[in-house]
Design a protein around this ligand. Structure first.
Ligand SMILES: C[S@@+](CC[C@H](N)C(=O)[O-])C[C@H]1O[C@@H](n2cnc3c(N)ncnc32)[C@H](O)[C@@H]1O
Length: 585
């Protein structure tokens, strides 16, 4: 095996430049030298296995615009900063680059082995940065044995349905627990489907409604390529942040330490202004706790440059927002003023510290057990009704998703506290324009009645694809229009139902186009009964699926739902279910 030594200079730490001149031209195949910029063409990429980094690095070496000679640095080099940081290197240290195959190299640190260099353990470093161990953190400890089991069959007891779990499982699983998304599904379901379809590194898994990223996190964990689409910008950002578990633990710890210091200084200097804070956010906290949260937020912005470390800390602060709130559960449907307040409000700094530490424990856990997978994981801001440009047609080996249910759940409202606090949006109108209007209609808050003609809300496309279903749905919609007038709330369930199926038809068509022949589209669905009119979503989508070309379908009962409303006199008495629909192309 041929090896060369590279001496690190300041430039490696500032710009990620590793000086390759000492390697000599014959150390690299001639075709890895590309043009001066990407436009003029990149060379054949080499793969680098870099000590301490979970991802394999793929890059070429650019040439000089004038002389045409190699520039002796890698073209992609953002990773090099993470490499020097995670290995605690200094200018003047040596690293060894070895050729493992024609275009495959390894990069390791000279001298002591990495583990002995890390003798001052990460644990000590975390403590020094103000991040001591969190006691009673069941998630990581329990999961060491149980969670890393590669796969398991869904539990099925005699006379009962399969148990693929619920999002509650995800709240106790590393990474998945970083954001409590009530709309999320269980990671176990994704894991089971990956196992059932024997997906591997050569396959692509598509989720057109990725939400907070459950499907992509699981696909990455199991070494499967994946692409997730999400139309809600904030939720997409959450998913994107969750898949970056290659992040450097020490960099986060150091950033955390300086953020806390700066935040405390901001508070002491009385530089926190509550003037621009929206009423809704203000109502959720005592004034001192709100000031702490704002100071932490501003310190992250001031101290940490944009990138994965800043995102990581902001996601920890996102979770802190709910944990440090005195508003009780029930949010977002009950306005904060009407809430039962918690007797004890958790201190914002403490809640933030605990969450950062928990997330770092998850990162360490993932890096230890799952660092070797070389897969592509993409979370794209887009619309499931028009997937264009994000994915090649006929390329997905499986589509797996949980679309919005027709249960009047407002995703924009669910994230109102977070998006207002971080200043993504400031008003109901802004979240309507930027979120509600971009999502498939599944809540009456997305409907503007004035814009619709009651007798023409169901798309003629549905009539074309499945005339009998069109007639049946039209009857239900007319029933909803009539019941609306008899009900106090006058909710536009009729338009909501019509728009939902109009949109889902487009989704089915899109996914059909992007699936490989013979592949399946698996949907986790909930039926619904607005104003007591039963809408069997799974049956209707099965029929639409067959209408657009899927060859067959299967239904599998997941669970009964809605039980907790049973005693509420305002609610309908229709029994509701969650069902898995599998459409085969
Ligand atoms: C039931 S949730 C999916 C949850 C996901 N399985 C998880 O575990 O987080 C449905 C998601 O679809 C998103 N969504 C709604 N309309 C969309 C559209 N037209 N295109 C893409 N995503 C959309 C919503 O914002 C929501 O996050």
């Amino acid at each position: 095996m041929e090896t060369r030594t590279i001496k690190l200079t300041e430039s490696a730490f500032k710009y990620g430049n590793l000086n390759l001149r000492s390697c000599g031209e014959d150390f690299f195949p001639p075709d890895v030298f590309g043009g001066p910029d990407r436009k003029s063409g990149i060379g054949n990429v080499i793969t680098l296995k870099v000590e301490g980094l979970p991802e394999l690095i793929k890059t070429d070496i650019p040439t000089d615009r004038v002389s045409g000679k190699p520039r002796w640095i890698f073209r992609d080099r953002a990773w090099a900063k993470a490499f020097v940081r995670s290995n605690k290197l200094q200018p003047g240290d040596d690293v060894t680059i070895s050729r493992l195959a024609r275009r495959t190299y390894s990069l390791v640190v000279n001298g002591l082995s990495r583990s002995s260099r890390m003798a001052k353990s990460l644990e000590t470093q975390l403590e020094e940065c103000g991040l001591p161990k969190v006691t009673n953190d069941r998630a990581v400890e329990c999961t060491k044995e149980s969670w890393i089991q590669p796969t398991f069959a869904p539990v099925q007891r005699k006379g009962q349905h399969c148990d693929y779990g619920t999002f509650k499982d995800s709240l106790n699983a590393p990474i998945h627990r970083w954001f409590k998304y009530p709309a999320g599904y269980s990671y176990r379901l994704v894991e089971e489907k990956i196992r059932h379809y024997s997906l591997a590194a050569r396959h692509l898994l598509l989720d057109p409604f990725i939400g907070c990223g459950t499907t992509c996190v699981e696909a990455k964990r199991h070494g499967v390529n994946s692409i997730g689409i999400e139309a809600h910008q904030f939720v997409r950002w959450v998913a994107q942040t969750k898949i970056n578990w290659g992040i450097s633990v020490s960099s986060v710890a150091e950033a955390f330490q300086s953020v806390v210091k700066t935040a405390r200084a901001i508070i002491s200097a009385e530089r926190v202004s509550l003037a621009v804070v929206t009423e809704l956010v203000r109502k959720c906290y005592s004034e001192p706790n709100l000031m702490s949260l704002i100071a932490i937020r501003d310190a992250i912005t001031n101290e940490v440059e944009p990138g994965e470390v800043r995102d990581f800390l902001n996601l920890a602060l996102t979770d802190t927002l709910r944990n440090a709130s005195r508003a009780a559960t029930g949010w977002p449907y009950i306005a904060p003023a009407k809430m039962h307040q918690k007797t004890n409000e958790k201190d914002a700094f403490e809640a933030f510290r605990v969450q950062v530490r928990r997330m770092l424990d998850d990162v360490r856990f993932m890096q230890k057990y799952y660092s070797d997978h070389e897969v592509s994981t993409k979370v794209v801001l887009g619309d499931a009704r028009s997937l264009n440009a994000n994915i090649r047609p006929v390329s997905a080996d499986l589509a797996l998703t949980s679309p919005p249910y027709l249960n009047n759940y407002d995703y924009a409202d669910r994230t109102r506290l977070e998006t207002y606090f971080f200043g993504w949006y400031n008003t109901w109108r802004e979240i309507t324009e930027n979120v509600r209007d971009k999502l498939i209609v599944s809540a009456t808050t997305q409907v503007t009645r004035k814009r619709c003609h009651e007798d023409a809300i169901l798309s003629k496309e549905i009539k074309f694809v499945e005339p009998k279903l069109f007639a049946e749905l039209s009857k239900k919609i007319a029933e909803l229009t009539a019941r609306r007038l008899q009900k106090g709330g006058k909710k536009s369930y009729d338009i909501m139902v019509a728009e939902y199926f109009n949109g889902m038809l487009d989704v089915l068509r899109q996914v059909y186009l992007y699936l490989k022949n013979g592949s399946d589209f698996v949907l986790v669905l909930g039926d619904s009964a607005p104003y007591g009119v039963y809408i069997p979503t799974h049956t209707y989508l099965s029929r639409l699926g067959l209408g657009i070309g899927f060859s067959s379908y299967q239904l599998e009962q997941l669970r009964a739902r809605g039980d907790k409303w049973r005693t509420n006199p305002q609610r309908h008495k229709v029994a509701l279910n969650e069902v898995i629909l599998t459409l085969s192309k």
